[in-house]
Write a protein that binds this ligand. Structure first.
Ligand SMILES: C[C@H](OP(=O)(O)OC[C@@H](O)[C@@H](O)[C@@H](O)Cn1c2nc(=O)[nH]c(=O)c-2cc2ccc(O)cc21)C(=O)N[C@@H](CCC(=O)N[C@@H](CCC(=O)O)C(=O)O)C(=O)O
Length: 144
C-alpha cells in the first residue's frame, strides 16, 4: 500500500533538486551522479510522518535494490536511515517506474554480497567506507 503524507523537501539543496527533477521528469532528467544511474527513495519521516524523497545510487539485482546509507563517508548515518528503521515500507522510483518496497537492513554474508554489487555500481562507496569507522548500513528493498 503506497505511503501517504505531505512531502517535505530535503534540507540538502543539491539532493532535493536532483530528487525532484528526477521524479517530475519520470527519471529522464537528473538521472545520474558522476555519470552513474540513481533512483529516488521515498520514506516516511520517523518524527514528522512526512514523505521524504532521497536520491540514491541505483544498485539493483533481480528486481530488488540496495539503499546504501553512505552519506559520503560521514561519521553519522543519513537521516533517512532512521526513517527506514522506523517504517520499512518505502517507494522506489527507477526511471519512470515507481513501486512499493519493504526495506530490511542486511548483515553478514548477505550484506557482503550486496556491498560488492553496490561498489560495482558506484565505486566511491569503497572510499566512503575507508573514510569512516562507521559501518555503512545497507538496506535491501524487495518489491511488495
Ligand atoms: C539533508 C538531510 O537528508 P538525509 O536524510 O540525512 O540524507 C542525506 C543524503 O543521504 C541525501 O541527501 C542523499 O540524497 C545524498 N545522496 C546519497 N546519499 C547516500 O547516503 N547514499 C547514496 O547512494 C546517495 C546517492 C546520491 C545520488 C545523487 C544525489 O543527488 C544525492 C545522493 C535532510 O533532508 N534532513 C532533514 C530531515 C529529513 C528527515 O527525514 N527527517 C525525519 C526525522 C528523522 C529522525 O530524525 O529520526 C522526519 O521527517 O521525521 C532536515 O534536516 O530537515
Amino acid at each position: 500500500m503506497p505511503l501517504s503524507g505531505e512531502y517535505a523537501p530535503s534540507t540538502s539543496d543539491w539532493a532535493r533538486k536532483q530528487a525532484e527533477l528526477y521524479e517530475s521528469s519520470g527519471g529522464t532528467e537528473a538521472a545520474t551522479l558522476h555519470g552513474l544511474p540513481i533512483i529516488v527513495l521515498t520514506t516516511l519521516g520517523a518524527k514528522t510522518g512526512r514523505l521524504r524523497k532521497t536520491a540514491l545510487m541505483r544498485v539493483e539485482h533481480d528486481g530488488s535494490y540496495a539503499a546504501v546509507a553512505s552519506l559520503g563517508g560521514s561519521p553519522r548515518h543519513p537521516v533517512w536511515y532512521h526513517n527506514l528503521v522506523a517504517e520499512p515500507r518505502a517507494e522506489l522510483q527507477d526511471g519512470a517506474v515507481k513501486k512499493d518496497y519493504i526495506a530490511r537492513e542486511v548483515t553478514g554474508e548477505e550484506k557482503a554480497r550486496w556491498w560488492k554489487r553496490a561498489v560495482e555500481a558506484y565505486p566511491p562507496y569503497a572510499e566512503y567506507q575507508q573514510k569512516t569507522t562507521r559501518e555503512i548500513p545497507v538496506f535491501v528493498l524487495t518489491p511488495v
